[in-house]
Write a protein that binds this ligand. Structure first.
Ligand code: ZN
Ligand code: ZN
Ligand code: ZN
Ligand code: ZN
Ligand code: ZN
Ligand code: ZN
Length: 462
């Protein structure tokens, strides 16, 4: 604890967060800097003698304090008598008389300083240092930049170097942390301050001056920047990565500025971001081609740009029409990973059944899509949105198509009489927990010895 002197008595690096303000300028203000002080000041109106008369401790809400009377007589706080050693909560505006009576004693006002600077300094935000590290160099961020849309953070120098190398080799820049396509990068001033504070608190985390200088010379992100994709950027443009002063306007999508199929975007056009490539497309209500996958409600651009007769762009990511098309147009050559709850023994049995029937996976899936389209299949357990609205003509993303195939292959397997399964499979008993069994995921032997393509008869309410 420190002893709080009247104003001017000492200089502290800590800022004044509150004051005890006397009735007039004949007496001095008590500046409160630390979180707990013993106040020593004038208490009587007739004497300049200073006495220790109270302790003030800042409360965790940062705007109130707890005052303890240490004067050996009572004091008055907002007309309330506070006995020796007792405490009372005070807040901005509280009147404090450091004696038993108004007569003969000063009256102080407790004043909390409004400066946001102080709030910033004093707010004890706890940050896990591990969360303030760059995943490229594993140090605390230096000149931190944030990439979008995934919002991961890196040192400016580290990410700039990554960006330079990516653009030499690839048509798009992927986030070094999560591999999402990076569309924008900008310096993050808020996180910069946090990183600075961390280094101030723990200087062992600081890097050497040489390292910092090296990072700074790699750093090329000066202002927010839109990253264009496209290998065949003209040479000059490819080097205009950081075009703060350039007149070049960054347009979100191929139809901003260029008319395609009688449409171009204007300032009011809302853009959707494609889940597959990260590129933008205008949100359209005047066309019939879907821009969202019905199974997952996510936006995909493949069908849209196909309808706008755009197959590629030098400056924007564009998906091929293969990535988003009607279910009936999709083709399949291998069993998706998720089939039969990822139980590979069951997948193998299904494969062998198809071969024994002299058919292909594509034949079977097409048959079952037809049955599905004719509403011959119960859709209640189908793991897709808008299950009742889906038809063979519905546009699906690849993930949703795989989910649909998994669902249909379950029904295909269920439809095969047990004695027509390969002999090793037909002899097995059903697992009580059926497809919902968890043991099949970690116990090979169990996964193989029991049939898991069946309904649970235990464990869950069916
Ligand atoms: Zn770094
Ligand atoms: Zn990321
Ligand atoms: Zn546009
Ligand atoms: Zn989907
Ligand atoms: Zn796309
Ligand atoms: Zn089981």
């Amino acid at each position: 604890m420190e002893v709080g002197e009247s104003s001017g008595a000492r200089l502290s690096e800590e800022e004044i967060w509150a004051k005890l303000v006397p009735p007039d300028s004949r007496y001095s203000e008590v500046n409160i800097r630390s979180d707990e002080i013993l106040v020593c000041s004038e208490i009587r109106s007739s004497s300049a003698d200073k006495q220790e008369w109270c302790k003030i401790s800042r409360n965790s809400d940062l705007c109130t304090a707890t005052m303890q009377n240490v004067s050996s007589h009572t004091i008055l706080v907002n007309e309330t008598v506070v006995h020796d050693e007792d405490t009372i909560v005070i807040k901005c505006g509280t009147e404090i008389i450091p004696g038993p009576d108004r007569e003969g004693y000063l009256s102080y006002r407790f004043k909390v300083m409004p400066s946001p600077e102080i709030c910033k300094k004093k707010l004890n935000i706890s940050v896990d240092v591990e969360h303030a590290k760059c995943s490229i160099c594993l140090n605390i961020w230096h000149d931190v930049v944030t990439v979008a849309p995934c919002l991961h953070n890196f040192c400016n120098g580290c990410f700039s170097e990554w960006l330079r190398r990516s653009q030499e080799k690839h048509s798009s820049v992927l986030c070094p942390q999560c591999r999402a396509v990076v569309q924008f990068v900008g310096r993050n001033h808020f996180l910069h301050n946090i990183a600075e504070d961390i280094l101030e608190t723990d200087s062992s985390l600081k890097r050497s001056d040489e390292e910092v200088a090296l990072l700074d010379c790699y750093a090329m992100i000066r202002s927010n920047l839109v990253i264009r994709s496209g290998k065949s950027l003209p040479r000059k443009r490819a080097h205009l990565l950081v075009d703060e002063e350039s007149d070049d306007i960054d347009l979100p999508c191929p139809q901003c500025g260029t008319e395609l199929e009688g449409f171009h975007c204007n300032q009011n056009t809302v853009h959707l971001q494609c889940q597959a490539c990260g590129g933008m497309m205008p949100s359209r209500t005047d066309i019939s081609v879907p821009q969202h996958c019905l199974g997952c409600d996510r936006a995909f651009c493949g069908a849209y740009w196909n309808a706008q007769r755009l197959t590629r762009s030098n400056f924007h990511p564009v998906c091929s029409s293969e990535t988003f098309k009607p279910i009936s147009d999709c083709s399949i050559s291998r069993i998706p990973e998720a089939v039969h709850e990822k139980n590979q023994h069951e997948q193998d049995i299904t494969k062998r059944c198809i071969i024994r029937m002299g058919r292909t996976l594509q034949d079977v899936v097409s048959d079952w899509i037809a049955k599905f389209n004719n509403r011959e299949i119960d859709r209640t357990r189908m793991p897709l949105n808008h299950a009742e609205m889906i038809t063979a003509a519905t546009y699906f993303c690849n993930d949703c198509y795989d989910k649909l195939v998994s669902f249909l292959l379950y029904w295909f397997r269920i439809s095969i009489p047990k004695d027509l399964l390969p002999p090793d499979a037909s002899k097995r008993e059903d697992c009580w927990y059926g497809y919902a069994c968890r043991t099949q995921h970690h116990n090979e032997d169990h996964a193989r010895k029991r049939n898991h393509v069946c309904r649970p008869t235990r464990g869950i309410n069916m």
